[in-house]
Ligand binder design. Structure first.
Ligand code: KG4
Ligand code: ZN
Length: 349
């Protein structure tokens, strides 16, 4: 426990730090207002390996964290001495990457004698929607779809969040990344599949959604990836280094894959939204950038008389504004972390 008087200001100035995967990010919030949101992506570094290499990720976080913190403070026109608290992602994520953010946050909390706030990365994704759309109604059904997680939640209000379903195998973003890799496209796969699928025929390759033998509404994405792999092998589309843009047959396969994955998620979201009598559907996480997912959720929500709220790309992918927002709520509740805080790579939400 920090030893300074910790009665929170009404609109505290909070520095958020996020280093759980391959984005080095820092942001400053005053209350719920985003003063700065700096994200240094390492995608270029990991691209040649076709995925995130944990050791490279932590090393690059270490190299960039100081500059990212300086820039976030500079853009917010504040200095370390102005901060009321520092919030940091403690998990889930890559342990070596998490530790870089944690050490930076602890050093700031210790030297400036301000509260340290330990944040669950997934809660950050969930709350990014309400940070951007504070008027979204409740009950709300939220889909977090990212590279590491895909889960559904229901909230009667902003204070009550209950998980309804989760993926039993791969995350949705992971499926995009793996499929892109197997047809020779770079990392991360989601944005490139999204772009190429626009010129493909989504009806060309039938890919059926998984059926849960126990009738559960959990999610599963590994079957889509295996079906795409089988089709790609049979048709000779599993090239590692294709020259230039993929051919029409590959784009048709990508469009079919994207459509199948999106329709599967939309059907789960809508089933649960009806069951929970939701008034809003919230989309967050990197896969919430997907143009088809955004459009289809908006369309189905509209038909059902529900609102749809997808975070903008700057808050969809990993960022520290969402971490500061969760920290702000913890500060108001007096949930201050100890300086002995450790990373929790497998943290649940
Ligand atoms: O939330 P995020 O930045 O990091 C994690 O916490 O995992 O999500 C990254 C994931 C990657 O798998 C990436 O391929 C996917 O989000 N993604 C997309 C799109 N943009 C990013 N997936 C589908 N369509 C997109 N446009
Ligand atoms: Zn994330």
């Amino acid at each position: 426990m920090n030893n300074r008087d910790m009665r929170p200001a009404e609109n505290p100035l909070i520095l958020g730090i996020e280093t759980s995967c391959d984005e080095t990010a820092a942001a400053v919030l005053r209350g719920r207002g985003i003063l700065s949101n700096v994200i240094a992506s390492q995608a270029d570094i990991h691209r040649e390996y076709g995925g995130v290499v944990p050791e490279l990720a932590s090393r690059h976080h270490l190299e960039r964290i100081d500059a990212v913190l300086d820039l976030a403070l500079e853009r917010a026109r504040v200095s370390l001495g102005d901060l009321d608290a520092v919030a940091v992602t403690r998990g889930p994520g890559l342990v070596g990457s998490l530790l870089v953010g944690l050490q930076a946050a602890k050093a700031i909390a210790y030297v400036r004698r301000i509260p340290l706030l330990a944040v669950n990365h997934l809660e950050g994704h969930l709350r990014s929607v309400w940070l951007e759309h504070p008027g979204a109604p409740f009950p709300a059904v939220s889909l977090i779809a990212s590279g590491g997680h895909t889960s559904l939640y229901v909230s009667s209000d902003e204070n009550h969040v209950v998980r309804l379903a989760r993926t039993r195998d791969d995350a949705s973003g992971e499926a995009f990344d793996k499929v892109a890799k197997l047809v020779g496209l770079g990392y991360p796969g989601g944005p490139v599949v999204d772009r190429l699928a626009k010129t493909g025929d989504p009806g060309s390759v039938p890919l059926s959604p998984p059926k849960m033998s126990d009738g559960s509404l959990d999610l599963s994405f590994s079957g889509f990836k295996t079906a795409v792999l089988r089709h790609a092998k049979a048709r000779g589309l599993d090239r590692r280094f294709p020259a230039g843009e993929p051919d029409q047959e590959t784009r048709d396969l990508l469009a079919s894959f994207q459509s199948a994955v999106v329709e599967f998620m939309v059907s789960r979201v809508m089933t649960l939204a009806h069951r929970e009598r939701a008034r809003a559907i919230c989309l967050s996480g990197g896969v919430a950038c997907n143009s088809l997912l955004r459009a289809r959720v908006a369309e189905e929500a509209g038909k059902a008389g529900m609102g749809s709220f997808a975070v903008s790309p700057a808050l969809a992918s990993d960022n520290a504004a969402m971490i500061a927002e969760v920290g702000r709520r913890q500060l108001l509740r007096g949930e201050i972390a100890d300086l002995s805080l450790n990373a929790d790579p497998g943290l649940d939400f």
